[in-house]
Design a binder for this molecule. Structure first.
Ligand code: PLP
Length: 440
């Protein structure tokens, strides 16, 4: 492959890029091909992908059915002004609302999660008697548009503040790091109390919405005690505040249910979806309560927001999740990997906690189990050494800690691929513990 492409062109291209993504690892890798849970680089190295490429290839990379459906659509109609309706638009609106939790019967599409988050917030403001602030959780991630940055845990560098809306932040129930002696249920209760207090403290302007990721992805891959979901629902209802679930990572089957809302048995007022929705094509949007007032002309319009190819890819993705039993495979592979990783915990002092439902698995690495000191360098090393052994591990580099390895492969992942990733992880931890002088 390298012979066919002029290396100088690639080098010039790289130098021309403005960048901006969180940089992982020491080397830039050019990827050229992906299929299912595997991906190949320009030099022909094969990797099992535990990241689903930013948690997006839920149905696996380059599914033939998506390729066929989108190619057929491209030959008919690839772009359409949003003043007009396309058949894929109407079909997906119908299909997706049918697949949504009960009571959520309105939908809107765009191409990026960050914009979908903004649409959700706009909808909450539009439907509030007196539009007010938005409450978010610590370590949240909601995107990199200006509003998305405002809703996310702040960057250390605050250069963009001028255009970033301010929000109210409350603590999330991070049970592994709860005060000693406090049970998960108690910690959930106390964190929910903080939300209640934050709402009460807004004397002059009632908040319009509380937005949360049901499982925090970028922020340490964190799920919460079940009680917490119920509590936030009750609090939002009691105070008449919109509950928004940012399901950009958790939706489209990653918990083993179609939506985390279903997995946790709590229905929000608005769901934001993205990533896995388009089977590798850009597709995001919101699904909202049927009784909410929709947008007026000019409230929400994007040139490529209703891109027919992405909408067809979304329809095909829904078909594939259903016909290939991907929710079942996700639940089965997730339970299997979680059990095996918890077994490894007995042998590896670096493993502090294994958490997460379905294929949303986070393994928190610590240098000392008593002190829970984040093993930052070791986490990056797992990523680096994984690459050399044919596995791409996910890792946190965004939140305050940055010491979590993630196992979030496509939902089509096989037992063999999962075993390979776990074996490589096991071997790397053994090496690192020897180097760090850590005994089991
Ligand atoms: C929970 C969550 N919300 C929002 C976003 C932003 O989505 P996008 O990168 O498609 O704009 C992401 C992306 O990682 C995400 O994980």
């Amino acid at each position: 492959m390298t012979n066919e492409i002029d290396q100088d062109v690639l080098d010039r291209g790289r130098r021309a890029l403005l960048g901006g993504w969180s940089a992982t690892g020491k080397t830039n890798i050019v990827m050229t091909k992906a299929k299912g849970s595997k991906i190949w680089d320009i030099d022909g190295h094969e990797y099992v992908d535990m990241t689903s490429q930013a948690w997006s290839n839920n149905i696996g990379a380059s599914d033939d059915r998506v390729i066929e459906a989108t190619s057929a659509q491209a030959r008919e109609l690839s772009h359409l002004r949003s003043n007009y309706d396309s058949i894929p638009l109407l079909r997906l609106a119908d299909r997706l609302t049918a697949a949504a939790p009960e009571g959520l019967g309105k939908v809107s599409f765009c191409l990026h999660g960050s914009l979908a988050v903004e649409t959700a917030v706009k909808l909450a403001l539009k439907n509030s008697e007196t539009p007010g602030p938005v409450i978010v959780l610590n370590d949240s991630y909601h995107g990199r548009s200006f509003a998305g940055m405002g809703l996310s845990w702040p960057h250390a560098e605050r250069k963009f503040d001028q255009f970033i809306p301010s929000v109210i932040r409350v603590r999330q129930p991070y049970t592994y790091r709860a005060p000693e002696g406090v049970t998960p249920a108690e910690w959930a209760e106390r964190c929910a109390d903080e939300l209640r207090e934050a709402i009460r403290a807004c004397h002059t302007k009632k908040p319009s919405a509380f937005i949360m990721e049901p499982v925090q992805g970028n922020g340490t891959q964190l799920d919460f005690p079940r009680e917490y979901y119920q509590l936030v629902r009750e609090i939002c209802t009691e105070h008449d505040i919109f509950l928004i679930f940012d399901e950009i990572q958790t939706g489209f089957g990653r918990t083993g249910e179609m939506w985390a809302a279903e997995y946790y048995g709590v229905t929000p007022d608005i769901i934001v979806f993205g990533k896995g929705a388009g089977g590798g094509f850009p597709l995001a949007g919101v699904i909202a309560r049927s009784d909410l007032e929709g947008f007026a002309p000019g409230d929400d319009a994007l040139t490529f927001g209703e891109f027919p190819l992405s909408l067809v890819a979304g329809l095909t993705t829904l078909d594939i999740i259903e016909s290939d039993g991907l929710l079942e495979n996700c639940a089965e592979m997730g339970a299997y990997a979680t059990r095996r990783l918890r077994e490894l915990q007995d042998q590896h002092p670096l493993i502090g906690e294994v958490r997460g439902p379905g294929l949303l698995i986070g393994v928190e690495l610590v240098l000392d189990r008593e002190l829970k000191t984040p093993a930052l360098d070791a986490t990056l090393e797992v990523y680096e050494r994984g690459l050399r052994r044919g596995v791409i591990f996910g890792e946190t580099r965004y939140s305050r800690l940055g010491n979590v390895i993630k196992f979030k492969p496509p939902l089509v992942v096989t037992r063999e691929e999962m075993d390979h990733a776990i074996q490589v992880f096991d071997a790397i931890l053994t090496e690192l513990e020897t180097e760090l002088g850590m005994g089991a």
